[in-house]
Design a protein. Structure first.
Length: 177
């Protein structure tokens, strides 16, 4: 059992930062919220489309970036142009995904989330591999999404500027476990 007695509720414009050491269950909590894992007990209620960004970009590495993102845009009903423009990678549309740097792949993962049009963003370590300017861009994307009524849950070791966000600390000694 990774954790017990975890409860939170988020509404339009809300954000939750999930913190704790490695192995405490931050990523698992996001996967539970996304419906990719089943809780051993309790329940999870969610309304609205969700997009998960984790360490897997979920893009075919052999395809040009625009086509790889186009697959997900077709599934989600979003637009590639919106996603690539939001993360400043429109100029790399014809580059195969496998040729992208670590930071570019992370930004592409964020582009997939933006392009999805999902109301709920689940972001697992979204700042990993990003330079300072890209972290600022990430914070702006999150702020804009929240301002439009979107919800964001972020599991991260890095402190991001998330005004008004709630905090869920899964550190066992802080939770009384």
């Amino acid at each position: 059992m990774l954790f017990t007695d975890v409860s939170f509720a988020l509404g339009p414009g809300d954000a939750l930062a999930v913190r704790g050491p490695n192995g405490v269950g931050k990523s698992s909590l996001l996967r539970l919220a996304a419906g990719l894992l089943t809780a051993a007990s309790g329940s999870i209620a969610r309304i609205g489309a969700m997009a998960l960004a984790d360490e897997h970009p979920a893009l075919d590495p052999s395809l040009p970036l625009e086509r790889a993102l186009g697959f997900w845009a077709g599934v989600d009903g979003g637009t590639v142009v919106t996603g690539l423009g939001a993360v400043g990678l429109t100029h790399l549309a014809e580059v195969p995904v496998r040729m992208l740097s670590t930071g570019q792949r992370r930004r592409v993962t964020l582009a997939r989330v933006v392009a999805s049009g999902a109301a709920i963003w689940l972001l697992d370590e979204p700042a990993n591999g990003l330079d300072a300017d890209s972290v600022t861009m990430l914070e702006r994307l999150i702020a804009d999404h929240r301002a439009g009524g979107g919800i964001v849950v972020i599991a991260s070791h890095q402190m991001l500027n998330l005004p008004g966000a709630g905090l869920l600390d899964l550190t066992p000694e802080r939770r009384g476990a």
